[in-house]
Design a protein around this ligand. Structure first.
Ligand code: ZN
Ligand code: MN
Length: 139
């Protein structure tokens, strides 16, 4: 997976720096749906020269090229998901965590489709469940 991303960055003329590699490595297989700030805060200790700009331009290139999902779930930040397969998310408004929700049915086929969509080519369906998660409900 990282190989594809490295190739894409190179193709687009972005230099493969240790900082950019660290961002790719952090995202690889990451299921926590981090924001750019989360990525930056997690990496700056090990990479003191890491900057928010590096994080932003790296995730931006990946997202624009379909290698990273952008999740506009909250209005104050964008969250990112390296799992670009079709799935939904549940957002806990108390702790702010974002959980994966995988459809049980055939992949990519929503159970219901509104008549208003007739004649439109559906490119993606993204559902967000707004929840109070089990941990938070127990408190
Ligand atoms: Zn919660
Ligand atoms: Mn996800």
């Amino acid at each position: 997976m990282i190989d594809i991303q490295v190739r894409k960055l190179k193709e687009l003329g972005l230099k493969i720096t240790p900082q950019r590699l660290a961002v790719l490595d952090f995202l690889d297989g990451n299921t926590s749906h981090p924001s750019a700030a989360d990525i930056y805060l997690s990496l700056r200790k090990e990479y003191p020269s890491m900057s928010m700009a590096t994080v932003y331009n790296t995730v931006d290139v990946l997202a624009k090229n379909g290698l990273l999902l952008e999740l506009p779930i909250t209005k104050d930040r964008m969250n990112y998901d390296p799992d670009t397969s079709e799935h939904d998310h549940a957002f806990c408004s108390r702790c702010g965590r974002i959980f994966d929700v995988f459809p049980d049915g055939a992949a990519g086929v929503p159970a219901t489709r509104a008549a208003e969509l007739d004649g439109f080519r559906v490119v993606a369906v993204r559902k967000v469940y707004y929840v109070v998660c089990k941990d938070c409900e127990g408190k």
